[in-house]
Design a protein around this ligand. Structure first.
Ligand code: HEM
Ligand code: MG
Length: 305
């Protein structure tokens, strides 16, 4: 059975049957209040180990980098939402709302979403729940491997930043649009609707904010971003430090709106982009807020989703 169908069947089961204790077995208020970025001298920031034999990685440079530094399991396996909440907060100051929303979507890519965890290599599932065409640094699934770093596509992104050492919002938007146009031209199975449109703006917002800060308004050192994508490494040795302000669905949603407003990519027909679009798209992906609550053992409600 295709994983998509399996996931769909399983989330119906989740909707009907699960309780928070089944899925998490943790005290939600205690967990949420314990989340914090790691201290600047935390050894994990400098302990970088690429994947070894048996370790798995994903189409996501952010998760891969966090695994390479041991903020999340280095083998890339058994990613539960509580584990991701802690690791993403420690390594990148990612807020619980974003991790819960995208983590729930990630669970749907697992062969067993009811098990409450996924492995990083599950995330390469194409077109649902998260992976999409026109990635910044990966090939479209049509051409084969949609999960490993692919330099020719990344060079199209960098070409927009030619001559610059820092990012800015209009150039980041242009860099992303370069990739969309390339895929649209070459991939006869190119798929790009509202889900892909919002998710991919979100990914640009993620690199801008994690490598800059939630309040930097799109300014980050390009060499930090290159380190993240090209080596899947946190650029601590280059001077990067974790954002002092949490990166949340709200901060990312606002960044998406600013990127979109700066052009030049037209919005899919009939769609309206707002600061809530990011939050909304995750609810659509998982099938509604009640399913989101069930999938996350009530965490989504606790973080205001
Ligand atoms: C549980 C949390 C997360 C999950 C499940 C997740 C999942 C994914 C997936 C499946 C993709 C592939 C989308 C595509 O086709 O391009 C992706 C891309 C991406 N993710 Fe994540 N992600 C998470 C957290 C993060 C974080 C914390 C960052 C911070 C840097 C991040 C940055 C990115 C970026 C920049 C891309 C775009 C890669 C590209 O276009 O080549 N993600 N993520
Ligand atoms: Mg992709």
């Amino acid at each position: 059975m295709p994983r998509f169908v399996q996931a769909a069947a399983l989330f119906v089961t989740v909707y009907v049957g699960a309780t928070s204790a089944d899925l998490l077995g943790v005290n939600i208020p205690d967990l949420l209040s314990s989340l914090a970025p790691a201290a600047a001298n935390d050894p994990r920031f400098t302990n970088f180990h690429p994947p070894g034999t048996g370790d798995v990685r994903s189409p996501c440079p952010g998760l891969n980098a966090l695994a390479n530094h041991g903020f999340i399991h280095h083998d890339g396996k058994n990613m539960t939402i509580p584990h991701l909440l802690e690791g993403l907060a420690a390594g990148m100051n990612i807020g619980a709302d974003f991790t819960t929303a995208i983590g729930a979507a990630g669970l749907l890519s697992s062969p067993n979403p009811l098990g409450g965890s996924f492995d990083l290599n599950d995330l390469d599932m194409h077109n649902f729940p998260i992976e999409h065409d026109a990635s910044l640094s990966r090939q479209d699934a049509y051409f084969g491997n949609d999960y490993s770093f692919y330099d020719p596509n990344w060079q199209q992104v960098l070409s927009a930043y030619k001559g610059k050492t820092k990012t800015d919002i209009p150039t980041a938007a242009k860099a992303k649009y370069n990739r969309v146009n390339d895929s649209m031209t070459r991939n006869p199975e190119f798929t790009y609707g509202l889900r892909e449109f919002i998710l991919s703006y979100g990914e640009t917002a993620l690199y801008l904010q994690t490598m800059g800060s939630a309040t930097s308004n799109g300014v980050a050192n390009l060499n930090y971003i290159r380190e993240l994508f090209e080596k899947e490494r946190l650029p601590y040795d280059l001077g990067w430090r974790v954002s002092p302000t949490p990166i949340t669905l709200t901060s990312l949603g606002q960044q998406i709106l600013a990127l979109y407003a700066s052009g030049p990519q037209p919005v899919p027909e009939g769609a309206k982009v707002t600061a809530d679009s990011y939050k909304d798209i995750f609810e659509v992906i998982v099938g509604g807020s009640e399913i989101l609550a069930n999938l996350t053992g009530g965490l989504s409600t606790a973080v205001g989703l």
